[in-house]
Design a protein around this ligand. Sequence first.
Ligand code: ATP
Length: 202
Amino acid sequence: MYKVGITGGIGSGKTTACKVFEVLGIPVFYADTVAKEIMIKDIVLVAGIKSAFGKESYFEDGKLNNKHIAGIVFNNEEALAKLNALVHPAVFRAFDAWEETIPQNVPYTLKEAALLFESGSYKMCDTTILVTAPYELKLKRVMQRDEVSAEQVKARMGKQLNDEEKAKLANHFIVNDEQQSIIEQVLTLHQQFLKAAETHKP
Ligand code: ATP
């Protein structure tokens, strides 16, 4: 099946764009949400995390000890790379399993991932979209959505690849500023993907 990857910086509006695709009947795989789920449910992944970061990575009731893991990977690139090396392949497996459940008459699927480019996940997509928005607007939107301070948002933003780097790898763009309609841009891309999916040979 034709696969479209979609990404963007924090607060760029990638989830908002995905909701519009969903209205058009396109199934969306939310990689970041799935990653959180499988860190609790995927027994291979759970075993890998315990072995890498200790048994205390999980509470007795099976819930993830976010504080413990964050404490290890925060400002430790090697540990973060280790965690990603465990989580990303598990998310790829979950995506493959999810795709198996999608009916054949669906023209294409969308994979939303904050780290689409960083994780290498884009290589498994037929095409990619980068959602961008002006810095100040992203800051304002995330502060409102998450009820956090500008400093907290900036710290999260600082950990991501910047848009210029992502743009080099992206095939399509959605500009989510206050001038251009996100709905119209999604509709245009949808038409392009329908055509591409028709001629797509796996
Ligand atoms: P994250 O990486 O943090 O998950 P995201 O890229 O998925 O962010 P969204 O959650 O889609 O971003 O958008 C961030 C916030 O901005 C949300 O509260 C959303 O409702 C709002 N927002 C996004 N696009 C628009 C828009 N065009 N007009 C008004 N509000 C918007």
